[in-house]
Design a protein around this ligand. Structure first.
Ligand SMILES: NC(=O)c1ccc[n+]([C@@H]2O[C@H](COP(=O)([O-])OP(=O)(O)OC[C@H]3O[C@@H](n4cnc5c(N)ncnc54)[C@H](O)[C@@H]3O)[C@@H](O)[C@H]2O)c1
Length: 295
């Protein structure tokens, strides 16, 4: 089966990015979320990102229009019946994802591939809610933020996934211009296994007064040649998402390296989720000139 139509569930940071690259790569693409307002916000992000590609000269104005014409939106999961692959990019919550996959399994055509963009949840655990036929056609496809710019996709088979499906999903990732790597189904996979302890250690360092937000960020940028410091990255990823991932990893490994520090939890409870809410470790009232928060 050739992949022609792509479904994306969730039109937040990641879902909107995945839908954008699928449509840019020539696939008919359907994306959903829980409200029209969120879908509109997601489409706004896509339009802005496409405009930036046009400004840079990497996309023509015509290609931008063609991409937008390939993108459709819906509020109904039932509309995914004729998709060849459906990629889930909803909140990082095991039960929410299991409920969605059980529903998609019933709705999607038998030959459709289902994939999760989870950052940390075990693919095998989610596969448990699927029928045996679908379990073989289900895997993790973990994109990175911002999806239109980041090259990597982690491809994560569960204990059930058929090798032919892994090969097809890998080819699909390549067709989106991405570089796939294969990761074992261990909570956090490769990237977050290494990244999450680093990010939350930066929050601990801040709590302990080792350095200010700006100085810790400057240290990792200028001293270690990272493209951005840990607090800028945390604000990009989303503090809520990082907090959920850290909790899932701590729950799995019972290793304090993954335990989210109190400040991160407080900020999530306060609704300071980073760039997407206008405030995180920096205040984005003036998005071009973020100001570090004082704690
Ligand atoms: N933020 C990152 O850097 C990053 C990177 C890689 C993977 N991920 C993973 O991608 C997923 C989404 O993360 P995000 O950063 O886009 O979060 P987000 O909060 O920006 O978006 C999640 C979206 O899912 C929607 N949603 C929730 N339940 C839904 C449902 N049942 N049906 C349809 N839509 C639903 C929400 O309304 C929201 O718009 C998570 O699993 C996250 O771990 C995130």
């Amino acid at each position: 089966m050739t992949i022609r139509k792509v479904g994306v569930v969730g039109c937040g940071l990641m879902g909107s990015g995945i839908a954008q690259v699928a449509a840019m790569s020539g696939y008919e693409t359907l994306v959903s979320d829980v409200s029209e307002e969120i879908l509109q916000k997601g489409f706004g992000r896509i339009e802005d990102s496409l405009s930036k590609f046009v400004e840079k000269g990497t996309l023509s104005a015509e290609q931008r229009q063609e991409t937008l014409a390939r993108l459709k939106r819906t509020l109904r999961v039932e509309d995914y019946t004729d998709c060849d692959i459906v990629i889930e990019a909803i909140i990082e919550n095991v039960q929410a994802k299991k409920d969605l996959f059980a529903q998609l399994d019933r709705i999607c055509k038998p030959e459709a591939i289902l994939a999760s963009n989870t950052s940390s949840i075990s693919i095998t655990e989610m596969a448990a809610v699927l029928t045996p036929e679908r379990q073989r056609r289900f895997l993790g496809l973990h994109f990175f933020n911002p999806v239109p710019l980041m090259k990597l996709v982690e491809v994560i088979p569960s204990l059930f996934t058929n090798e032919e499906i892994v090969a097809r999903a890998t080819e699909f990732a390549k067709s989106l211009g991405k570089t796939p790597v294969r990761a074992k189904d261990r909570v956090g996979f490769i990237a977050n296994r290494l990244l999450v302890p680093y990010l939350i250690d930066a929050v601990r360092a801040l709590e302990e007064g080792v350095g200010s937000i700006e100085d810790i960020d400057a240290t990792m940028k200028l001293g270690c040649n990272h493209p951005m410091g840990p607090f800028t990255l945390l604000d990009f990823v989303g503090l809520d998402t990082t907090y959920y991932i850290a909790n899932i990893m701590y729950e799995e490994y019972k290793d304090p390296r993954f335990a989210p520090p109190p400040l991160l939890k407080q900020m999530v409870l306060a609704g300071w989720h980073g760039r997407k809410t206008g405030r995180g470790f920096y205040d984005y009232t003036d998005p071009k000139n973020p100001k570090p928060m004082k704690f």
